[in-house]
Design a protein around this ligand. Structure first.
Ligand code: NOJ
Length: 567
């Protein structure tokens, strides 16, 4: 594989602010590259693709869980927080990967999953083997059941993946799991839980990790009353810091301790919270400098492709992050959502579950209802919009190839617990579960698993992967891969002060334009019809610009252009 020329990354410097406007590339390790040919992506695979990562021009990698796990939830069910799953590699290979990434000028953020462990974690096993009321049980959340013999769950709560949130153990007690049965929630009031996670973040920080992505950051602190509320009562309670389960004010005491530890490193370790909270104001608490420092904002991921909505989201989030002195984050795709090329090819608010006969499909049918071309065109425009914004951009593996969601996975091969825990209409995660964005990446046009690895892929890859493989797009003029490379290269050059000014002249109707320092302008046409091309030197566009019969250059529909104006 040839790689596009790229500016050599300067050696990593001890810049404490490196994260503020970083382009971070998420690797879902089991589906990235399989180095040892066992059908599962691994650290060897990542090491072998460092030249590719470097050619993209990203600043950092965020590595989803790579810890020992039974994969009941794709690795978010952790057996041991301070080791590597033997199918993925070894600690020595982890060190080698850190060194290879750093040598390429790329930092590393790893996922920490502190809300729950797996049911195979030694502490949970110890809890099961210990009696009711024991200290081992107190590290998790155990309760007696209701009913005469305690045969009913302590409360009628539903897990986030649907199905009951309480599961009974052989001696009759029940434990809480906000997600799958195999993911028991920790009791963060237990001092050993707090100490152990401090050990974990120190362990990886000592190994050279630059930062952490904190899973379910809003869930750790819990305060369950003796008399548990019903599910209906629970969901009626405000999430204003006093809710028994979510976004409690006291969760920040935990992060204050973590911050103290992060700040002992040079440069300080960074953290980004995955916090699903009720308002940008509450999200800002996670992003405070005394806490985790940054928090995901998923607003663009949840929005339709719409100029007014995008503008509102950007304005709100920049204002919120300014309040805490943090920088905001932008995300269009990740391992939990339908890929943005597909979302934008569906009717507004679609991409959500619909049932056709006995089958769940993406709205409109797995393929027929999707305008794949329009979806990709809009996704590319959205990405250039994103990469011109101040703040950090989180990119998900495969979006640089313009991958669509893989809808056509036979039910029997699906892995996501969100798919399996229910077959009813309340099925979460867009009705199809999250496997469609986790299919192993296509590296080559042909060959076993399109170059993912010698032993095939653990989720079936469709035939159309050939033409969106790295091999097909590498060096190909106009390919999505080359657009990402060009955009990231330019962004690194142009990204200045963290400010943005809307260009009111341009920003009317379906068109949205903003100016960054030094005359860098980004203009997006969210509509379908072409519009006038604003003045300036064209740097890059997400689709080819067009010329009218009169010879005037125009900005076609669903396109973003970057311009430079003299200042
Ligand atoms: C959020 C993660 O992104 C998701 O993949 C996981 O299933 C849940 N947290 C539970 O850990």
């Amino acid at each position: 594989m040839t790689t596009a020329p790229t500016t050599a990354p300067s050696a990593l410097q001890a810049d404490p602010d490196w994260w503020r406007q970083a382009a971070v590339y998420q690797i879902y390790p089991r589906s990235f590259a399989d180095g040892n040919g066992d059908g599962i992506g691994d650290l060897r695979g990542i090491i072998s693709r460092v030249p590719y990562l470097r050619s993209l021009g990203i600043d950092a990698v965020w590595l989803s869980p790579f810890y020992p796990s039974a994969l009941a939830d794709g690795g978010y069910d952790v057996d041991d927080y301070r080791d590597v799953d033997p199918r993925i590699g070894t600690l020595e290979e982890f060190d080698e990967m850190v060194a290879a990434l750093h040598a390429a000028g790329i930092r590393l953020i790893v996922d920490v999953v502190p809300n729950h462990s797996s049911d195979r974690h030694e502490w949970f096993q110890e809890a099961l083997a210990s009696p009711k009321g024991s200290d081992a049980r107190a590290r998790y959340i155990f309760r007696d059941g209701r009913g005469e013999n305690g045969q009913e769950p302590p409360a009628d709560w539903t897990s986030i993946f649907s199905g009951p949130a309480w599961t009974q153990v052989p001696d009759g007690q029940w434990y809480l799991h906000s997600f799958a049965t195999e993911q028991p929630d920790f009791n963060w009031k237990h001092p050993e839980v707090r100490e152990d996670f401090l050990r974990t973040v120190a362990f990886w920080s000592d190994r050279g990790v630059d930062g952490f992505r904190i899973d379910v950051a809003h869930g750790l602190a819990k305060d369950l009353p003796e008399e548990l509320p019903s599910a209906a009562e629970l969901s009626a309670m405000p999430k204003d810091g006093t809710h028994p389960l979510w976004d409690r004010d006291d969760v920040h005491e935990i992060y204050a301790e973590w911050r103290e530890l992060f700040d002992r490193y040079d440069p300080p370790r960074i953290a980004v919270a995955e916090a699903w909270v009720d308002s940008p104001e509450r999200r800002a608490r996670y992003a405070s400098p005394e806490g985790l420092g940054q928090a995901f904002n998923f607003d663009l991921m949840e929005a339709d492709f719409d100029a007014a909505h995008f503008r509102e989201i950007v304005t709100d989030n920049l204002a919120q992050s300014a309040l805490t002195g943090s920088s905001t984050t932008w995300v269009f795709s990740n391992h939990d959502g339908v890929r943005h090329a597909t979302r934008y090819g569906l009717p507004p608010r679609a991409g959500r579950p619909v049932k056709q006969g006995a089958e769940w499909v993406l709205a409109g049918g797995p393929e027929s209802g999707i305008d794949r071309e329009l979806g990709l065109r809009r996704a590319r425009a959205a990405t250039l919009f994103e990469l011109a914004l101040p703040g950090s951009a989180y990119l998900y593996q495969g979006e640089e190839l313009g991958l669509h969601e893989v809808a056509e996975i036979p039910d029997a091969q699906r892995q996501d617990p969100a798919f399996w825990r229910t077959t009813t209409e309340d099925r979460g995660f867009d009705g199809l579960g999250r496997d469609g964005c986790r299919v192993p990446l296509p590296w080559t046009r042909t060959g076993p698993s399109f170059g993912f690895g010698a032993a095939g892929a653990h989720l079936p890859q469709p035939a159309w992967f050939a033409e969106v493989s790295v091999e097909a797009e590498d060096g190909a003029a106009g390919s999505t891969l080359e657009m990402y490379r060009a955009a990231l290269r330019l962004r690194a050059e142009l990204q200045g002060e963290e400010v943005l000014e809307w260009d009111e002249q341009i920003s009317t109707g379906d068109t949205l334009g903003f100016v960054r320092p030094d005359g860098w302008v980004s203009v997006t046409n969210f509509g379908l019809a072409a519009t006038a091309l604003p003045e300036g030197e064209v740097l890059l566009s997400s689709s080819p610009l067009e010329t009218t019969a009169d010879g005037d250059a125009v900005l076609p529909g669903s396109t973003t252009v970057w311009l430079r104006r003299s200042v």
